[in-house]
Design a protein around this ligand. Structure first.
Ligand code: FAD
Ligand code: NAD
Length: 673
């Protein structure tokens, strides 16, 4: 018996859950095939969402109509806006989550998504067929009449998506049939064969997973889960490149055995914000503290006694590890002169005694971890639920993907998440969302959504992956983005919600909420532009915030451009401002947005100008099958790299490592207008 779906998502992690949710909500009959449905969107490592640059990604996911922000809000136990003291471009929301409730909330969401079916099993083989000459038309995608379906109800597609797709530059032309093979189905460990038109592979750290703790090593996708075999082999057999990467996690500790009285607490924000732009979630009400603890020379000395048995150092693990989330043994090597490292002790939930020790990731023998941890102040009587371990797994170099996240070798096959060499829940979820959207759009014969580098961190992430590839687990940083002032967490909705609405993921209600916020922002900015303020009215206030007093009246707008001057504090001084805000019921989010737009206007305009100038290169397309080897004027290295990556535009070609400005000029002479 064969079961048929439009789209099959393999893996119910952060990427797979977003992919399945998006594809089904857009109208594709979707199957989420995952090894354990009790662990949907499981947080394999730290129970936190967001942080520097990752928080911006979560806001973007939410603005496009994804779920991660909403589910984080529903399960937050501590919220902090990191980098508040820096400029708005650096503000990064971060939430500590209740790990169990996060996963449960995802399960509730997916189980109640129409058009989405879950099957608990392991995919062991991908099934291929010869690719049609061109991308299949929607009518070719009807299920085979001879196959059996659970439910034949057709999905609905937003009409806005269909009418506007071609006029929106974000929705680029679909790649034509991506090679000689097309995906046609999946076979599972239980021997079930599913047929489908699209597959999104999101199997995370599970492919060929091997876990290490000292000399002990065992197969597994993460602690408590089996590894997954068969997929890598079936892809390698048809020409995919694969590699090995590694990552690690720290010990989990029993709160009953920690002396919290002597530890330094770290509380959440007094007025916590939240991730989702939707009014349907609220900021966390009752927060739990994290705690700071510190290693010492004594702790380091004990850890060093295990180095010869650390699989990271004795050659047992050869995969490439994350430079930016190093293990404690890596830190001792890199910073050999430091006698102390700060660690964060984070609760894993509100109804568990389990604590996560952020910064102490390790694969040292468990007894070395145990002894060293007992020397940390506050941990003298510690009980450890489980020691830290490292894991090695297969990934697929992401230069094998189009920007749509469809593979270049197999039409209809998409990769998203850690299988693409990234690390982090947020990076995975973002890719899952885009792959889900694009697999659905390809089903309908519509062009893929490709976000540009000046539109979203998600655009930067995917462009970096497919253009530059990865030589270590890729995590997002603000420094990876050229246009940080444009890509702020506060304006993710302005950047992306119109697109989310257009493609059909943002509801009318949410869109109306968004337009209302914009109206508030604009009216407040206009008010500030129009209102003059007399020196006598405001000088006392200005002195109180260490700002130069006025010698004559000025527009409110000009005063707001100064440091330390905020709408909030000005409301007490200027009754007309207070009345305007109250009469128009302007929300705190809109006030904050208006203030950021006023304060950063000059910077924002400068970045927009540069982005516009450089966009010219993004719009010059390179023909799909162009023979770069025929261009003698290019360096040999450029010819090789361009032939391998096959950039779609001159902008993308210019970002490929090894393609010089001189090579770009050669391409411009050939293809420039
Ligand atoms: C030990 C460890 C430490 C980590 N440390 C951190 C950290 O501190 N912070 C952080 O952000 N990230 C960390 N990561 C990585 C983080 O877990 C991933 O980046 C993130 O979960 C990736 O999401 P994903 O959806 O790509 O894959 P995963 O979350 O790994 O999900 C993969 C899913 O696919 C399913 N699956 C796999 N193979 C198959 C198959 N053949 N058939 C059906 N289903 C399948 C699995 O059951 C699972 O549900 C760590 C991971 C591990 C294991
Ligand atoms: N192997 C992996 O895949 C892996 C392993 C570990 C971490 N990570 C990722 O890296 C991130 C950790 O990186 P990070 O150290 O830059 O943290 P972060 O991005 O969460 O926060 C940035 C900074 O905020 C500060 N901070 C404040 N409170 C904190 C708290 N309770 N916990 C942690 N930091 C806090 C720290 O100074 C930290 O450096 C995780 O959020 C995770 O996404 C990935």
């Amino acid at each position: 018996m064969t079961l048929d779906y439009d789209i099959i998502v393999i893996g119910g992690g952060h990427a797979g859950c977003e992919a399945a949710s998006a594809a089904a909500r857009l109208g594709s009959r979707t199957l989420l095939l995952t090894m354990d449905m009790a662990k949907l969107a499981a947080m394999s490592c730290n129970p936190a969402v967001g942080g520097v640059a990752k928080g911006q990604i979560v806001r973007e996911i939410d603005a496009l109509g994804g779920q991660m922000g909403r589910i984080t809000d529903l399960t937050t136990i501590q919220f902090r806006m990191l980098n508040r003291s820096k400029g708005a471009a650096m503000w990064s929301p971060r939430a500590q989550c209740d790990k169990t409730r996060f996963s449960e909330e995802w399960r509730r969401t997916l189980e109640n998504t129409w058009n989405l079916y879950i099957w608990q099993d392991a995919a062991t083989e991908l099934l291929f067929a010869p690719a049609p000459e061109t991308n299949a038309a929607p009518s070719d995608n009807l299920p085979d009449e001879t196959t059996t379906s659970f439910n034949s109800a057709p999905g609905t597609i937003s009409s806005a998506a269909e009418s506007d797709a071609d006029s929106d530059p974000t929705l680029r032309n679909a790649p034509s049939a991506a090679g000689k093979l097309a995906i046609r189905g999946v076979r599972t460990r239980m021997g079930v064969e599913f047929s489908c038109r699209k597959v999104i592979l999101t199997s995370g750290t599970f492919l060929g997973g091997v876990m290490h703790c000292g000399a002990s090593h065992a197969e597994g996708g993460r602690a408590g889960d089996a590894a997954s075999h068969g997929i890598t082999e079936s892809l390698r057999a048809i020409g995919f490149e694969t590699g090995r990467m590694k990552t690690g996690t720290p010990a989990r500790l029993d709160a009953r055995t920690i002396d919290f009285e002597i530890l330094e607490p770290q509380y959440g924000d007094e007025n916590p914000a939240k991730f989702s732009f939707s009014p349907e979630t609220q900021p966390v009400k009752e927060q739990l503290p994290c705690f700071l603890v510190y290693t010492s020379k004594e702790v380091h000395d004990i850890l060093r006694t295990g180095f010869d048995r650390s699989p990271l150092f004795n050659g047992t693990i050869c995969g490439i590890g994350p430079r930016y989330c190093p293990s404690i043994e890596d830190k001792l090597r890199t910073f050999a002169d430091k006698d102390q490292h700060q660690l964060f002790l984070e609760p894993e939930g509100s109804s568990t005694n389990e604590y996560y020790l952020n910064g102490f990731s390790s694969s040292l023998p468990w007894e070395v971890q145990w002894k060293a941890l007992h020397k940390i102040r506050g941990f003298e009587d510690l009980h450890i639920f489980r020691p830290g371990y490292a894991i090695e797994y297969d990934y697929f170099p992401p230069t094998q993907l189009h920007h749509s996240l469809e593979t270049k070798l197999v039409s209809g096959l998409y990769f998203a998440g850690q299988v693409n060499g990234t690390t982090g829940y947020e990076e995975a979820a973002a890719q899952g969302l885009i792959a889900g959207i694009n697999a659905h759009r390809a089903m309908k014969g519509e062009s893929p959504v490709v976000l540009k580098r000046d539109e979203a961190y998600i655009g930067v992430l995917i462009d970096d992956l497919v253009t530059k590839g990865v030589d270590e687990p890729y995590r997002m940083f603000t420094s990876r983005a050229e246009y940080r002032i444009l890509l702020r967490q506060d304006n993710a909705d302005i950047r992306l919600t119109p697109l989310g609405y257009k493609i059909g993921l943002i509801s009318q209600k949410q869109y109306d909420h968004f337009t209302q916020k914009n109206t508030f922002v604009e009216s407040l900015i206009s008010f500030a532009r129009e209102q003059s303020v007399k020196a006598a009215e405001i000088n006392d206030y200005l002195k109180s915030v260490n700002s130069e007093p006025l010698s004559q009246g000025r527009k409110l707008y000009d005063i707001l451009m100064r440091n330390n001057v905020t709408f909030d504090s000005l409301q007490n001084t200027l009754p007309k401002l207070r009345k305007f805000i109250a009469a128009n019921e302007i929300t705190p989010e809109a006030i904050e947005e208006a203030e950021i737009q006023i304060k950063y206007k000059g910077y924002i305009e400068r970045e927009k100008f540069i982005a516009e100038k450089l966009r010219r290169l993004e719009n010059i397309r390179i023909p799909e099958n162009f023979d770069f080897h025929s261009m003698q004027a290019l360096t040999i290295e450029a010819r090789q790299k361009l032939s391998r990556i096959r950039p779609e535009t001159i902008g993308q070609a210019s970002r490929i490592p090894g393609v010089s400005p001189a090579d770009v000029n050669v391409l411009l002479v050939k293809f420039g207008r």
